[in-house]
Design a protein around this ligand. Structure first.
Ligand SMILES: [Zn+2]
Length: 165
């Protein structure tokens, strides 16, 4: 092996990153070439100095704790932002639904139907809590008939509005 081939590979050789055949060639070259041996020893010296510098760096004992705390705080911030987006979307959807309910004919119809349904449900619950099984069955049949009529009526209203529109 020539010096020009050995010198660029010395760092890799030092780190044990060369194949066995190349390692044997470099070691043979270093035994008889003073120039490359000097470069190799300079590299070894430099690496030892860097290692000593790294060991002398004083890491504060609270460093790990502070890093973990920073990660937790970052995570919380991201979570809070996501939650804010979800809330904003919910509020927007709610406001849109309210505006739609109050301003459109279909919305007003849905609103009135919902109130009617809730009132029927409420009166049914009140009635069930004060009367017996026969009455219960009778009221449930009546509710079913009323619900059927309501749906029938709603479908008719919607169909007639389609025709006029
Ligand atoms: Zn050499």
């Amino acid at each position: 092996m020539e010096c020009t081939a050995v010198e660029p590979r010395l760092s890799a050789y030092m780190d044990g990153e060369v194949a066995d055949a190349e390692r044997i060639e470099i070691e043979a070259h270093l035994t008889h070439c003073d120039g490359c041996a000097a470069v190799y020893h300079a590299l070894l010296h430099e690496a030892a100095a860097i290692r000593a510098d790294l060991l002398s760096v004083n890491v504060p004992s609270t460093m790990a704790e502070r890093v973990l705390q920073a990660i937790v705080e970052r995570h919380r911030t991201v979570q809070a932002k996501r939650l804010a987006v979800v809330y904003a979307v919910c509020v927007l959807a709610l406001v849109s639904a309210m505006v739609w309910t109050l301003t459109t004919a279909v919305g007003r119809f849905v609103h009135a139907s919902t109130r009617l349904f809730l009132a029927a449900l409420h009166s049914t619950v009140l009635f069930l809590s004060t009367s017996g099984a026969a009455w219960t069955i009778g009221v449930m049949v009546l509710c079913g008939v009323l619900a059927g009529l309501s749906i029938f009526g709603a479908v008719r209203i919607l169909r007639s509005s389609e025709v006029t529109a």
